[in-house]
Design a protein around this ligand. Structure first.
Ligand code: GDP
Ligand code: IMO
Ligand code: MG
Length: 423
């Protein structure tokens, strides 16, 4: 049986959490493959909103096993908070959740290093979520990191101390003032480690191999979005992991030949939180309207998300990099009420019109070229059938499918589980 992938195709926050939750009924295993608590995945059902950071979005379905894969970085403190919050709704979380021994640990000092690095960059800062993601992946690739499996070793505290000491030394080299009380941070950290130890810590690549062999259906859940990918995103304004399809293979130990469908999720417009280029960004009342109607404020940091029209040049690039087989369009309801909908179909780049994503998409290099389409006024939030969507939206969808050469098989018209139209 194949492993299907679900990936964000823009700059994150496309609605991955909602769709993983919707799709989980069709799967036996949901596996997160990269990122960490920089992610905020929102699920809404029965009038309650849940935000998950580390735990896969299949956790509310009693029959699914949720795997935190080796490619994920875990902050035990945030993980503990998530688990404690979920205890209100799920009594047997330990039966539904397993964690890779090879996932790396975010130490309190990783968070401090993240803060110091950002502060030292001044205006050029990445706009990181400050969860310690970059420093933790740096320690992973630098071969200094601590892994979940290490907490089972007798000398874990010593290993921790060696790495934390090194971080404190590194912090002293930054010319910025970061205030911290390490003893307090460590007490919280070790309390959370004690709780993490009580979970099923497994060799998840073996677990997934056996699951696939036994014919189980696996859905891999991505975090962030394709344009935040460390290799293919808008570097350096990216995160520190591979958010594209290949990241699922390395982040779970699943061979490429086992990948089946690749679901690519995108908003009907574009958002971005943090710094970095964004060619179709709107600075006018239309962008403001998108922010307000779409409630575009970060699920992890509460920061206002920048908004703009859909960028098909960037979206096509993301579709290509990951071999997307089905597209899912989110937040179509937010576009109701605009007289005209614009979609960027090419860029003017160094005096030429291009339809591929160039190396440099900063404002001074790229001007988006738009196709204008007629908008619609109708409220979409209670529509259940695809055919009942306004004809202008159907034309928009058809236009996107033609341009991207991939079918749009799901349209989302509201944050709730039930506000999902499958074609
Ligand atoms: P993720 O990181 O990709 O899981 O996305 P986030 O949860 O960070 O952000 C998506 C936001 O949009 C959340 O607040 C969702 O509840 C909300 N959302 C998801 N789908 C829809 C939709 O179709 N319409 C509207 N209005 N909101 C949606
Ligand atoms: P989900 O999974 C949106 C952005 C940050 C910053 C950059 C680097 O909810 O879609 P990092 O904390 O990784 O060092 O930040 O990436 N970023 C996200 N933006 N959604 C996310 O996750 C993000 N995770 C990181 O805003 O610009
Ligand atoms: Mg999010």
């Amino acid at each position: 049986m194949a492993v299907d992938l679900l990936l964000g195709l823009q700059w994150g926050d496309e609605g991955k959490g909602k769709i993983v939750d919707v799709l989980t009924q069709k799967y036996d295993v949901i596996a997160r493959f990269q990122g960490g608590p920089n992610a905020g995945h929102t699920l809404e059902f029965d009038g309650i909103k849940h935000v998950l950071h580390t735990i896969p979005s299949g956790i509310f379905h009693p029959s699914a096993i949720n795997v935190v894969g080796n490619g994920v970085v875990i902050d035990p403190i945030i993980f503990k908070k998530e688990v404690d919050e979920l205890a209100k709704y799920i009594s047997n979380i330990k039966e539904r959740l397993v964690i890779s021994r090879k996932a790396h640990l975010i130490l309190p000092t990783h968070r401090l290093l993240d803060a110091a690095s950002e502060a030292s960059k001044g205006k050029a800062k990445i706009g990181s979520t400050l969860k310690g993601i970059g420093p933790t992946y740096m320690d992973k690739t630098g071969r200094n990191g601590l892994r979940v499996g290490d907490i089972e070793l007798n000398d874990f505290e010593e290993r921790y101390r060696n790495l934390a000491n090194k971080h404190v030394e590194m912090l002293s080299h930054y010319n910025v003032d970061i205030q911290y009380n390490l003893a307090e941070l460590e007490s919280e950290f070790f309390e959370a480690i004690a709780q993490l130890k009580t979970f099923s810590l497994i060799d998840s690549e073996e677990y997934l191999y056996q699951a696939i062999k036994a014919g189980k259906k696996v859905l891999a859940e991505g975090a962030q979005g394709s344009l935040l990918d460390i290799d293919f995103g808008t570097y350096p304004f990216v995160t520190s992991s591979n958010t594209t399809a290949a990241g699922a293979c390395t982040g779970l130990g699943v061979a490429p030949c086992h990948i089946g469908e690749v679901f690519g999720i995108f908003k009907a417009y574009t958002t971005r939180v943090g710094s970095g280029p964004f060619p179709t960004e709107l600075f006018d009342e239309i962008g403001e309207k998108m922010t307000q109607i779409g409630r575009e404020f970060g699920a992890t940091t509460g920061r206002r998300r920048r908004c703009g029209w859909l960028d098909l040049v960037a979206l096509k690039y993301a579709v290509q990099i990951s071999g997307v087989t089905q597209l899912m369009m989110m937040k179509a309801d937010v576009l109701s009420g605009f007289d005209t909908i614009k979609v960027c179909t090419s860029y003017s780049y160094q005096g030429e019109e291009i339809t591929h994503l160039p190396y440099n998409i900063e404002e001074q290099n790229v001007t988006p070229i738009y196709t204008e389409m007629k908008g619609w006024k109708q409220d979409l939030t209670s529509i259940k059938q695809y055919e009942q969507l306004p004809k202008e939206l159907l034309s928009y969808i058809e236009f996107l499918e033609k341009n991207l050469e991939v079918p749009i098989t799901l349209v989302s018209v509201g944050p709730d589980r039930t506000q999902t139209i499958l074609r």
